[in-house]
Unconditional design. Structure first.
Length: 207
């Protein structure tokens, strides 16, 4: 395993994967585990990971992703779905995830009230449940990519896609989940491309 700093230097948005090199099952399961262990707002784990394996479905997915070769050339494709209806206040899912903390009844009641108020004040008027859940999915995405890099495995986040087409290809019930982002994993073909970043002083402000 690379150190975190080494992994960040290794990781890049890999555009060319070697289609003949496959990630061992145990290693890929570890990448999924990095996603599963990620933090999320209120601990609601707003993600679901769909691993697209069949060549025919990956071809259909490629067409919905602007023809990007990573979809078919990479070893694995993961579509990260954002939970919507399940994470609204007062659902059985929300209650179940809060109850697993084994809180006293009064503390549980306060948490549920705080969760409902957060939706009323900070989520519903400003964004949407989908947008809020998708933000949590990106935390899992980042951890999966950096974790993969630590294992010497490349990745590429995919935001260039038709959301409606991807959901159609995968027969997603959009009343329950919506596509947040896609990510491909595998091994690079050739050298890492140049990566450009602004200086830290241009990005950080102290007050």
């Amino acid at each position: 395993m690379l150190t975190f700093t080494e992994a960040m230097a290794f990781r890049h948005a890999c555009k060319q994967f070697d289609p003949d090199k496959k990630i061992p099952d145990n290693d890929f399961e570890q990448i999924l585990e990095f996603g599963r262990l990620s933090p999320s707002s209120f601990g609601m784990e707003q993600w679901r990971f769909v691993v697209v394996k069949t060549p025919e479905r990956r071809k259909q997915l490629k067409a919905a992703c602007w023809g990007q070769a990573q979809i078919t050339d990479s070893s694995h494709v993961v579509v990260i779905l954002a939970k919507t209806s399940a994470v609204k206040p007062n659902t059985s899912y929300v209650n179940k995830l809060f109850q697993r903390r084994n809180l006293p009844d009064e503390a549980l009641k306060l948490y549920l009230e705080k969760y409902e108020n957060h939706h009323k004040v900070e989520i519903d008027p400003i964004m949407s449940t989908y947008a809020w859940s998708a933000r949590q999915c990106y935390i899992a995405l980042a951890n999966m990519m950096t974790g993969a890099a630590a294992m010497g495995i490349d990745s590429c986040p995919i935001e260039g896609f038709s959301k409606a087409q991807v959901e159609k290809v995968l027969s997603i019930d959009t009343s329950e989940h919506e596509v947040a982002v896609l990510v491909t994993f595998g091994y690079r073909a050739g050298e890492q491309t140049a990566r450009y970043r602004q200086k830290l002083d241009d990005l950080v402000e102290y007050c």
